[in-house]
Every structure is written in C-alpha cells, then in structure tokens.
Design a protein around this ligand. Structure first.
Ligand code: NAP
Ligand code: BGC
Ligand code: ZN
Length: 353
C-alpha cells in the first residue's frame, strides 16, 4: 500500500510501499480517506518537533485523519463506520494512569507517543490499524472534512481549559484575539461564536485568502507589523481571551499585555528556542494585579473530539470551501505540503467513501 513517510536525515516526505497492516486483537483496520497537514507537520519535517518511532529510521506522517472501518476485527465498530483516530498512544513501556483515566492529553510528554509526530507512525497510508478505543465516530456526511476533527479538538480543549481557569468568578467575556491566521487560528475563530468581537493577528499583505477568511468570519484582521500585540489594547481594545496559535515565542509573554483585567491567555504554539531580554517584573505585576491567567494546552481528550465533531457539523459550508484550499491525491502529495500564500488548509487524499 502507499504510505508517506519522513526518513531520518531528510526534510520532505517520501511515498513508499508498505505492507497493509494486520490488525492486532482490539484493533480495527481503517481505510484512510484524507489526512490534513498543519504547522506541526512542517515542524516534524524540519526536525523542530517530534521524534522517530524508537529504533526506526522512518515514520509514517500525518495525525489529522478520517477513515472508514474496513475490518472491525472484533471491536465495537462496524464495517463502513466513518471515524477519526485520536493522536496519542501509550508509550512503548505500556499504559499508564493518564490513558486508564481517559485523559491521554494530560500525559506528560514522556508518558505518551503521538502518531505521526512523536515516536509512533501516523495515518498517511492507505490502511492503518488503530485500537478501537482510540477512534471517534464521524457522521458519514462529514467524511470529506472529517480530517478537521483533530485540529478542532485541539481548539475545543484549549478553550475548555481557558474557560475553566475563569470559572471561579462571574466572567462575562466579550472580546477575543487569536494570534495566528494559520489553520489552527482560523478554525478557532470559526468556533468562537460566543464572543461579541473577534480579532485575528497575522503578518500578511492583502490580498490574502487567510485575511479574507478572517473577515468572512466577522473578525477584524490585525497586522502585527503595524500593531504589535502589546499595542492592541490601545489601538483596538483589551481582550478577555487571547489564543496564541503562531508558535512565535515572544507572543507567549506579549499575550498578557493584550489582556483585559481578569482575562485569560491560552498558549498553543510549539516554538523553537528563543532568547530575548524582557521586563519580567512588569509581566508578573500584570498577571497578579490584573487577576490574569495563562494556560498552556496540548492535544485533546476524547470528549473534546466528540465536541469537535459537533462543531464541525455547525461550520458553514462556504467557510469550509474557502478554508480547505488543497486536497491532493497521494500521487501529487507535494501539493499538500506547499507553503505558498494562496494555500490555507491542505490534505492528502488516499481514498473516498
Ligand atoms: P501555521 O499554519 O503555520 O500557522 C501559524 C500562523 O502564525 C501563520 O499564519 C503565520 O503567518 C502566523 N505567524 C507566525 N509568527 C507570526 C508573527 N510573529 N506575527 C504574526 N503572525 C505570525 O500553524 P498551525 O497549524 O496553525 O499551528 C500554529 C501553532 O500551534 C504551531 O506552532 C503548531 O505547532 C501549534 N499547534 C499546537 C497544537 C497543540 O496541541 N498545542 C496543535 C496544533 C498546532 P505566516 O503564514 O504569514 O508566516
Ligand atoms: C497535534 C496534537 C499534538 C501537538 C503536539 C498538534 O499539531 O494536533 O495532537 O499533541 O501537535 O505534538
Ligand atoms: Zn496538529
């Protein structure tokens, strides 16, 4: 079968022939339909994030997948069910409390592997074998966009944790700022409909399809070259929520400068090392005297995947059509890894329903 792998020492995917997996007891065999590509995949390709499976010199790429059950193999799934696999699996040493509690997203990095990212093969293959417990049902009518369940689950978790951090008092948020007009930032704006006013920060010139999407979602585009994050409260307004999805490390500190008192910053980026001199005294004062919160969030739990399926069903078709700019057949997989400015969200297609 076709599989897209990253080989050790290389920084772009290679199409290889691999044997179709035999599902082990407890695993269902999936026929993969589509697998999305995000900023993390590019970080995996450059070696900035992730690791090869222990003892292997290549890893199957891809963690945003939708597939159809080809062989339930004794699991609770049925042939033909459309499903999205979750990303985290127990590490090679065996399971642990986080997985047993159904909270793999809360496992520290040494207590989990991540398919297609960190220590385990991903889903960019015609067939994959997945333990039944790590599959989430997707309505068949959402099969074509089911690869968006995983990134939506990431946004759902971060928002869940950010709101939980403000649950001890009467919080009535109105304004939210998303840092980053990439695939995660745009998907997040699309589900932040409880906010009255939305802003999205990028660094692109118009015309640009991601800016068009920001505005189509009713949000205000903020160009970070004209209005850096700390200036946003004076140029626009202080924000109740700042959601960082740039992976640009200074934004982690600057996000607090954009927050209104009692606001919360959710940090999602996975940055490279970055050193610079900053006044941490001011940062510390703003957090404490303003009752502000900073929440880091990675991955997502099974509940967030289920909420993500509901959110996906509610997204406007016109948004999805504009957002998914590229669905590349596996023979033309390079198109799904392009970083041209007319590309927003991409996926590799391995099959159809
Ligand atoms: P992406 O598509 O590369 O998006 C990043 C966006 O941020 C791009 O649009 C980029 O603009 C913009 N950006 C970067 N630096 C900026 C700056 N200084 N000022 C203004 N805009 C800036 O990546 P993604 O898939 O959306 O993911 C975003 C980040 O979240 C990545 O670091 C990724 O690893 C991380 N992530 C984390 C999780 C998690 O579970 N925590 C899940 C998914 C992704 P240009 O395109 O114009 O350069
Ligand atoms: C994935 C998450 C993963 C995170 C860190 C994200 O792109 O969507 O599932 O936990 O990267 O590796
Ligand atoms: Zn991802």
């Amino acid at each position: 079968m076709d599989a897209l792998v990253l080989r050790r020492g290389e920084s772009s995917p290679t199409l290889v022939d691999r044997p179709r997996p035999e599902p082990a007891p407890g695993e269902a065999l999936l026929r993969i339909l589509r697998v999305g590509v995000d900023g993390t995949d590019h970080e995996v390709l450059t070696g900035a994030h992730g690791a090869f499976p222990a003892g292997d010199d290549e890893m199957v790429l891809g963690h945003e997948a939708v597939g159809v059950v080809a062989d339930p193999n004794g699991t609770d799934w049925a042939t033909g069910d459309v499903v999205a696999p979750t990303v985290r699996r127990p590490p090679p040493g065996g399971t642990n409390d986080f997985f047993e509690r159904g909270e793999p997203d809360m496992a520290p990095t040494d207590a989990t592997v991540e398919c297609g990212i960190d220590g385990a093969d991903g889903f960019m293959a015609e067939y994959v074998a997945v333990p039944g417990e790590f599959l989430v049902e997707v309505p068949p009518e959402l099969a074509a966009v089911g690869f968006l369940v995983e990134p939506l689950s990431v946004a759902e978790k971060a928002l869940d944790h950010a709101f939980a951090a403000r649950s001890a008092f009467d919080w009535d948020p109105e304004a939210a700022l998303v840092l980053g007009n990439g695939s995660l930032g745009l998907l997040t704006i699309a589900i932040l409909d409880e906010f009255d006013r939305l802003y999205c920060l990028g660094r692109r010139d118009r015309p640009d399809p991601s800016i068009d999407l920001v505005e189509a979602l009713g949000a205000t585009y903020v160009d970070s070259r004209e209005t850096p994050v700390p200036d946003i409260p004076t140029v626009h307004e202080p924000m109740d929520l700042v959601y960082e999805a740039t992976g640009y490390a200074p934004h982690a500190l600057q996000s607090v400068r954009a927050l209104a008192p009692n606001g919360v910053a959710a940090l999602l980026g996975v940055p490279e090392d970055h050193r610079e001199a900053v006044d941490v005294g001011e940062w510390h004062r703003e957090v404490v005297l303003g009752n502000r919160a900073v929440v880091g969030s990675v991955n997502a739990g099974p509940e967030h995947f289920r909420t993500a399926v509901d959110s996906l069903a509610e997204l406007d078709e016109s948004f999805l059509e504009q957002f998914v700019t590229t669905v590349a057949p596996v023979d033309d997989f390079e198109a799904a890894f392009a970083t041209d400015e007319d590309v927003v969200k991409t996926a590799v297609e391995f099959g159809s329903l």
